[in-house]
Ligand binder design. Structure first.
Ligand SMILES: [Zn+2]
Length: 409
């Protein structure tokens, strides 16, 4: 790999020292502050750090951290990989990830949906993986449509190879200006944001997995890869039992997206799949923490689609603790709780905690789901009989539980 120009080398080194300092003083993992310092000194740092590498960008409303991790795990088979494993998914985080692995020939970067056009322009990434687009907290359908339109503009006229989920009409529309697209039938659990054709606004007709606009020619493309329950069907029609350790249908879909990305990097399924099976937990998600004989499995749900995925993973035989906060990263408005159908929880012991437990309690009451209100997560955990319990928490609630249990990985 060619040497970075002196100024970029300095900016990158100073950024790394800032990150170390930030970690030592206990101000977080330092990946954002380091990148910010670097970018301040050399605004073109990301472009310079990205040069001469084979990069994949991963974006979606849900599952991007997990899919980034799965792709990274696969590509490690080929060589060193730079990645933003802690979900710092804006340019400062990307600078930090790439400076920490200066010689890595590969990079897998999780990218915030809104930053995808900018990061694609800057890095010139060869591969982009797009999984789903739905409302996040207070976003509304019009906003995610605008986002998809920006993806279209950014992908148009570039040689980028896109791996996209064709079961999500908005993602399909967002990806379809790309020069090369590999379509994956990855499924779509949350359909509330895609009843209208993104091209003309007409109604979308759905039949099983298939969809098509009633008023224009926009329709579901023919997939090359298919997620078939617990297996992947590859473009040659061969069926592969996934057998991954991460739970739930959403993760099986993430795994098939990762296989398709790995193939874009020249890796056959038989080489990539064993690497995906090694991933057990991603940034604390799906980890089990233990206290006094209570084993709590942590599930993160940041938005309505995320709640549906967590319900799919949660064990219906177990009690469940729900924790909702409304701090900065969560969004202060909790009205999105009304978009989620909680009736699936009827019949199991439900415990409600978090700063906004009253908002959630009201929502459950209207859905006629009996629950117990708890002052804190610890109180909720102490009320459980020894054994297993599932926990679904939104972003800051999840991080609080994690830090209390020593940042379980
Ligand atoms: Zn249409």
């Amino acid at each position: 790999m060619t040497q970075l120009p002196l100024r970029a080398q300095l900016a990158s080194a100073l950024g790394r020292s800032a990150a170390t300092l930030s970690r030592m003083t206990g101000r977080g993992d330092g990946s954002v502050i380091g990148g910010r310092v670097g970018l301040l000194l050399e605004p073109d740092l990301l472009r310079k750090l990205a040069r001469d590498r084979k990069l994949a960008l991963v974006s979606a409303t849900n599952g991007k951290t997990t899919t980034t991790r799965l792709i990274t795990s696969a590509l490690l088979e080929l060589g060193e990989v730079a990645t933003n494993a802690f979900g710092a998914n804006m340019p400062a985080g990307h600078v930090s990830a790439l400076s920490q692995h200066k010689r890595a020939p590969y990079g897998v970067l999780e990218v915030d949906e809104k930053y995808l056009p900018e990061v694609l322009d800057t890095t010139g990434a060869g591969v982009v993986c797009l999984m789903n687009l739905s409302r996040d907290q207070m976003d509304r359908a019009a906003e995610i449509w605008l986002l998809a339109q920006k993806w279209r503009r950014a992908l148009s006229g570039k040689p980028t190879h896109v791996i996209a989920n064709c079961d999500d009409p908005l993602v399909t529309w967002g990806a379809s200006t790309a020069a090369k697209v590999t379509w994956v039938a990855g499924g779509q659990r949350w359909k509330e944001d895609s009843w209208c054709c993104p091209e003309c606004g007409g109604p979308l007709d759905r039949k099983d997995a298939d969809w098509a606009c009633r008023e224009c020619t926009f329709h579901r493309p023919e997939p090359q890869w298919v997620v078939d329950d617990d297996a992947a069907i590859d473009p040659r029609g061969q069926r592969w039992l996934l057998d991954i350790q991460l739970p739930g249908q959403a993760n099986r879909s993430n795994a098939v997206m990762a296989l398709a990305v790995a193939e874009a990097f020249g890796m056959p399924v038989e080489q990539a799949l064993p690497r995906l099976r090694e991933v057990t937990s991603v940034a604390g998600r799906y980890t089990t923490v233990e206290r006094d004989g209570r084993h709590a499995r942590l599930l993160l749900a940041k938005n309505p689609a995320g709640w549906l995925e967590a319900f799919d993973v949660a064990d219906p035989q177990l009690p469940i603790i729900l924790s909702v906060n409304a701090q900065g990263p969560d969004g202060r408005d909790t009205s999105w709780l009304w978009d989620v159908d909680y009736r699936i929880l009827r019949g199991r012991p439900v415990f409600v905690t978090g700063q906004r437990r009253l908002d959630l309690a009201l929502r459950l009451d209207v859905a006629e789901v009996p629950f117990t209100l708890c002052e804190s997560f610890n109180e909720a955990l102490a009320m459980q009989p020894p054994g297993r319990v599932d926990v679904i928490a939104n972003y800051t609630a999840f991080q609080q539980i994690r830090s209390e249990f020593g940042r379980a990985v």
